[in-house]
Design a protein around this ligand. Structure first.
Ligand code: GDP
Ligand code: MG
Length: 184
């Protein structure tokens, strides 16, 4: 996955990006907010891997981000190696109102590292920042974990759209800048 030459001299980029993190942190809603500008307050985990392709303009180049959603498999700790295969980016998501989901971040990072050594664009995402009044993980804690692990960091809200586009775009830009130095 990466740079592909097309007939006619154009270049096309296709980046596989995976969403990981505990169940109910908001992965599916981050994806639907980004890809379709939709939020679902009653979202139920569907079974089976799903992905959505979103086209992003990066410095005049058309980049296709193929974003994969675990679609419920994470509940059974059954995210397979096929899910990670070929990913060049990852958003590791926790819920700022649920500390256990923050504590799981290291396990998700280990799994990512085990299955995939190509994920150059990696971001730690503290979702549900609209629920600041019942926050259980401080912004500082998120920042310092991200620094420790060498990840970008943002707090997002799929509900009110805060930083959703920005988070995906930072990851896509990072992948793009790696690719323009070295074709993955
Ligand atoms: P997933 O299991 O990680 O895919 O999580 P979902 O996207 O299915 O979301 C789980 C629950 O959290 C649903 O009830 C969503 O409506 C809710 N949710 C997701 N994102 C946000 C958010 O940014 N703010 C708030 N308040 N709720 C959210
Ligand atoms: Mg989901």
């Amino acid at each position: 996955m990466g740079k592909e030459e097309r007939g006619g001299g154009g270049e096309e980029y296709l980046f596989k990006i995976v969403l990981i993190g505990d169940s109910a942190v908001g992965k599916s809603n981050l994806l639907s907010r980004f890809a379709r500008n939709e939020f679902d307050s009653n979202s139920k985990a569907t079974i089976g891997v799903e992905f959505q392709t979103q086209v992003v303009d990066i410095d005049g180049k058309e980049v296709k981000a193929q974003i994969w959603d675990t679609a419920g498999q994470e509940r059974f700790r059954a995210v397979t190696s096929a899910y990670y295969r070929g990913a060049v980016g990852a958003l590791v998501v926790y819920d700022i109102t649920r500390r256990s989901s923050f504590d799981s971040v290291k396990r998700w990072l280990e799994e990512l590292t085990t299955h995939c050594d190509t994920a150059v664009g990696r971001m730690l995402v503290g979702n549900k920042c609209d629920l600041d009044s019942i926050r259980d993980v401080s912004t500082e804690e998120g920042k310092s974990l991200a620094e420790e692990e060498g990840l970008f960091f943002m707090e997002t809200s799929a509900l009110d759209s805060t930083n959703v586009e920005a988070a995906f775009e930072v990851v896509i830009r990072e992948i793009y800048s790696n690719i323009s130095r070295k074709v993955l």
